[in-house]
Design a protein around this ligand. Structure first.
Ligand SMILES: C[S@@+](CC[C@H](N)C(=O)[O-])C[C@H]1O[C@@H](n2cnc3c(N)ncnc32)[C@H](O)[C@@H]1O
Length: 279
């Protein structure tokens, strides 16, 4: 069997010819060889390859333009290893930051050790709900999506948790069930145009998860119906994209009543998160 290092170096050369990042090569090698981190590719470089054929097959798929997470059906999110496929968005580091911000901010609103009613709208792979259920085991979490396929993936990733899955448009399933919430989290589709997305994203990830549409403005739908699911003061946390701030502010003023909000920017100065304190 060839050594890990020989396969790695040859694959890096091949990747460079196709403008593929070295990090993708390490990712595929990590999963193919059962390593626990991409750095293990260097650490165990003198080992013989266990699965060279699988790695070759995966490299071909990556060269054909498939993201490594869909090829391996593996994505990591905070402490979790998630199953992913083309039915869901690949969970992003930005969304890990959203969850971290929630854990840091929540004590300003509630005692996080209490039984709190929480919604993750547009759960996709279930990443946010999965992480929150680990960090806050007492929370009663509902994760919803409009896509049946996404809910099938979320079900796999939420096995062993108490998260309840709901199918439907935005708050409709919550209103139907008469659920009243303390916290609402959402990472809705917010990319303004297909041209904005990188080709590997545009060609592989679901349109319904990515692109903002006037006819499916998930933020507006949430603000419009929020009073139907509100128990008392509420904390709302959203991932957002640049270019929609004005729309968000005007929708909040139109529908929310008494509230304060904060828009948090990333280190490039782009608006990336919205936190709302709803009285
Ligand atoms: C950007 S993805 C977020 C996925 C996941 N929460 C994450 O952060 O990785 C948006 C998700 O919202 C779902 N979605 C889009 N429109 C929706 C709607 N009107 N009601 C409920 N879910 C919706 C999509 O199917 C998709 O799974």
């Amino acid at each position: 069997m060839p050594k890990v290092d020989d396969v790695y170096r040859a694959a890096l050369k091949q990747a460079a010819q196709h403008e593929i990042e070295g990090s993708d090569v390490r990712y595929l090698l990590m999963v193919a060889e059962g390593f626990s981190s991409p750095a293990d590719v260097i650490y165990y470089r003198d080992r013989e390859m266990k699965n060279p054929d699988l790695f070759d097959k995966w490299m071909k798929e990556r060269i054909e333009g498939r993201p490594v997470q869909y090829i391996t059906h593996y994505a990591s999110f905070l402490l979790h290893n998630l199953y992913v496929d083309e039915r869901v968005l690949i969970p992003r580091p930005e969304t890990e930051f959203l969850v971290s911000e929630i854990t840091e901010r929540i004590s300003d609103y509630f005692d996080p050790r209490n039984l709190l009613m929480v919604a993750d709208i547009g759960t996709g792979s279930g990443a946010i709900a999965r992480a929150l259920s680990t960090f806050f085991p007492k929370w009663i979490i509902f994760a919803s999506d409009i896509s049946k396929g996404a809910l099938e993936v979320a079900r796999k990733n939420l096995e062993g948790t108490h998260v309840e899955l709901l199918e439907g448009d935005t708050l409709e399933p919550f209103i139907k069930k008469g659920l009243k919430l303390d916290i609402l989290v959402a990472n809705p589709p917010y990319v303004l145009s297909k041209e904005e997305a990188e080709p590997i994203v545009r060609d592989n990830e679901p349109d319904r998860a990515l692109y903002f549409q006037d006819s499916n403005n998930v933020y507006e739908k949430i603000f419009k119906d929020i009073h139907e699911v509100k128990k008392g003061p509420m904390f709302l946390a959203f991932e957002i994209g640049p270019g929609i701030e004005e729309m968000l502010i005007s929708c909040m003023n139109k529908y929310l009543g008494k509230h304060t909000y904060e828009i948090v920017k990333d280190n490039l100065g782009l608006s990336r998160y919205l936190f709302v304190d709803l009285e």
